[in-house]
Design a protein around this ligand. Structure first.
Ligand code: HEM
Length: 720
């Protein structure tokens, strides 16, 4: 049985954690079978696990067979309820470090010392789908971070979008019921393109801003490693003097932001439903940690209403152009879990897990969340002792009188399990604030009991418009397409009409008209909501460039996945040179051929194909190049899978390269071989092609091609 180091009374909470503190704690629970005998749960060695105990070889199985009973009993109970929302996810371990002390904002111990590495565990997720659903669906992504600090666990349970659908948590069950599969048919899985979701949206104008985000490319991240994270709500930071400031939390990915295109995402879900999970796992295994900078927008306590909206309203964001995001530290996720169930599935996050120096605000969505997580985990994790599960245990010592319950592990030793007590000398005793005790911020509250919303929550459209106005033309086109797709799946015409007239027309007339014509309804409303002030009084905002994804820096191909297509008769030398050049820039390169194994070349430099055209598709790569060589090109140009590979890469606006004769395959895909299409690199000099190809891949997508993709000839069906 794994043993746990006893927590000693004299443990000081303020001593810096070693980076391995959490890992060491988890390691104490790990069990490795190497060189061990097979036993029952009672530690009894068993002689066979393949045959049950019977009365004669052809006789009945005996009830006495405790090994059979135990093995089947354990199997029967392997499943636990999946999360009600965010059921599908992936996790990773790592650490967080501040760049310099943040004592000017917060007294939280983990924010003080740049030499301290605080262990973290992060779980990324989708929201609507079940645990076995596909990764690349159109959805919000969860971004939940557990900091194991010396003062207890701090959970920053955020999303990859800075706003939310609703303003008050009491509507959360309605929102989730509307988006989840139909209760009669349990259809559709992990999708919002259906009547009940859009029915709810059409009747709930506060969703307008979030709907723009979910219909944008933000809902289709290329990778968990390439998306932003947000705490969404306004929180408080409290300094050592007790001064409070409001704060918005941000995570900025070091690799920048990239998205998939919708058609590609749909194909990925069939070809590789584990696309994001695999991407995170493989990047970490190959020594490429997922990295994010922590950003803060710190606001004066008195400025909650200074920006034209209410900072307590979770459907609003604070534009970075108005209050810049200060980058204060870095999180590095560099270790994969060793056991998915105990580390990822049993992880229990709660927005209520805070440490001294961090506090809440009255955001009514946040307030409901404070109850929900703790409550749901009682059912999901089978009782109230889930904080004792290895992944959830704080590295700070735990002492209290909360005892017993299902699956209790701690054996409390003592004569008094109550306070005040004299029998136990008054221990465990409450701490003073100076001793690290958590004291809630003493906010002055003075109000009447009321079931209503503040007038400061009533503008639902200005920021939806701000978001739309901030997108590039391409991104805006994607929003129109996404809305047309989603609403096109709504069977009831009145639902479609209401979304167009009650929501979209209030945001933008052009958007409403474009969507209406795509889904066969008419715009009847000219009631565009007035533009409210967004930003400080002296500087109202029309656009916020920081909201666009394509405007960010695209200067690296690190961890991008690139396919090199080659067939027998290829030129191995130039292909190897390109592979080396790409790998030098940090890309992952795979040779794809008509069959796995060695590909015979014309120059004796035979490449090794690690994938075959039957097993992979271009949607699983960021870019594709075709090898030189007459015979190789002829084979690939006649192979419908290879042609489709290149053509799909073109449709999805990815970088494409062809060395020498490889251009024939590009031509067979209906792509001009003159090398003039954006992001299509064709030539005979391998060095030059590699250089240009690298620049083209770093752009991630060549959106100009979207206009021409529908002009490509259709792909011939594969020859089998
Ligand atoms: C800003 C709004 C919200 C954000 C950013 C958010 C984020 C998240 C995230 C990231 C998770 C997954 C945690 C994990 O990885 O285990 C989660 C789970 C969950 N959320 Fe939220 N959520 C929001 C609103 C709400 C609201 C309003 C409620 C209820 C009132 C709620 C209830 C839940 C529940 C019940 C779970 C499942 C928790 C578990 O089983 O461990 N969420 N949420």
């Amino acid at each position: 049985m794994p043993t746990r180091k006893p927590e000693h009374k004299s443990e000081k909470m303020s001593k810096p954690p070693s980076q391995s503190a959490k890992q060491d704690q988890l390691d104490a629970f790990r069990e490795t079978p190497d060189g061990e005998y097979l036993t029952t749960d009672q530690g009894l060695r068993v002689v066979s696990t393949d045959d049950s105990l019977k009365a004669g070889v052809r006789g009945p199985t005996l009830l006495e067979d405790f090994h059979l009973r135990e093995k089947i009993m354990r199997f029967d109970h392997e499943r636990i309820p999946e999360r009600v929302v965010h059921a599908r996810g992936a996790g990773a371990h790592g650490h967080f470090q501040v760049y310099k002390s943040l004592s000017k904002y917060s007294k939280a111990a983990f924010l003080q010392d740049p030499s301290v590495k605080t262990p973290v565990f992060v779980r990324f997720s989708t929201v609507a789908g079940s645990r076995g659903s596909a990764d690349a669906v159109r959805d919000v992504r969860g971004f939940a971070v557990k900091f194991y600090t010396t003062e207890g666990n701090f959970d920053l349970v955020g999303n990859n979008m800075p706003v939310f659908f609703i303003q008050d948590g009491i509507k959360f069950p309605d929102l989730i019921h509307a988006v989840k599969p139909n209760p009669r048919k349990e259809i559709p899985q992990a999708a919002s393109a259906h009547d009940s979701f859009w029915d709810f949206i059409s009747l709930t104008p506060e969703t307008a801003h979030m709907v723009m985000w979910v219909m944008s490319d933000r809902a289709l991240p290329r990778s968990y490693r390439m998306m932003e994270g947000f705490g969404v709500h306004t929180f408080r930071l409290i300094d050592a003097q007790g001064k409070a400031r409001l704060v918005k939390w941000h995570w900025k990915p070091i690799l920048g932001m990239s998205s998939l295109v919708w058609e590609e995402a749909q194909q990925i879900n069939g070809k590789d439903p584990d696309f994001h999970r695999r991407d995170l796992w493989e990047a970490i295994e190959s020594g490429n940690p997922a990295e994010y900078e922590l950003g803060l927008q710190v606001i004066d306590e008195n400025d909650a209403l200074a920006f034209g909206f209410d900072l307590l309203d979770a459907t609003k964001l604070l534009p970075e152009e108005v209050v810049p995001v200060e980058r204060v530290g870095k999180m590095v996720l560099d270790r994969n879990p060793q056991n998915f169930f105990t580390e990822v599935e049993q992880a229990a996050f709660c927005v209520g897990n805070v440490v001294p120096g961090i506090d809440f605000t009255n955001d009514p969505l946040l307030q409901a969340r404070l109850f929900s997580y703790l409550d749901t985990q009682i059912t999901r994790l089978g009782g109230p002792n889930f904080a004792e599960l290895p992944i959830n245990r704080p590295i700070a010592p735990v002492h209290n009188n909360q005892h017993d319950g299902f699956a209790r592990q701690t054996m409390n030793v003592g004569v008094a399990n109550y306070l005040p007590n004299s029998l136990g000398k008054g221990f465990p005793k409450p701490a003073t604030e100076k001793e690290g005790g958590y004291a809630h911020y003493a906010e002055r509250i003075d109000g009447q009991t009321i079931r209503n919303r503040s007038d400061s929550f009533k503008d639902h459209f200005s920021q939806a418009r701000l978001f739309l106005n901030s997108l590039s033309a391409v991104e805006r086109g994607h929003v129109t397409d996404a809305l047309s797709f989603e609403l096109g799946h709504c069977e009831r015409v009145p639902v479609r009409e209401r979304v167009v007239n009650a929501i979209l027309a209030n945001i933008d007339a052009e958007l409403a008209a474009a969507v209406a014509s795509a889904i066969g309804v008419t715009v009847t409303s000219s009631a565009k909501a007035p533009t409210m002030r967004t930003g400080r009084k002296e500087e109202p905002l029309v656009t916020s460039p920081a909201l666009s994804m394509v405007r960010g820096a695209h200067d690296s191909i690190r961890t991008r996945r690139i396919a090199l297509l080659a067939a027998p008769g290829c030129n191995g030398g130039s292909l190897a040179a390109m592979k080396r050049a790409l790998e030098k820039e940090g890309a992952t390169v795979e040779i794809v051929s008509t069959a796995l194994g060695t590909v015979a070349s014309v120059d004796g430099k035979d490449p090794e194909a690690v994938r075959s055209l039957l097993g992979v598709a271009s949607v699983m790569y960021d870019a594709v190049a075709v090898a030189d060589g007459e015979a190789s090109s002829a084979t690939l140009a006649a192979n419908a899978d290879a042609v489709r590979f290149v053509q799909e890469a073109f449709r999805h606006c990815k970088a494409i390269a062809a060395i020498g004769k490889g251009s024939a395959v590009v031509g067979a895909a209906g792509i001009p071989e003159d090398g003039k299409s954006a992001g299509v690199v064709i030539g005979i000099k391998p060095d030059e092609i590699s250089r240009n190809f690298i620049t083209a891949i770093a752009q991630h997508r060549h959106w100009d091609r979207e206009k021409v993709r529908s002009q490509l000839p259709s792909v011939r069906p594969p020859k089998r």
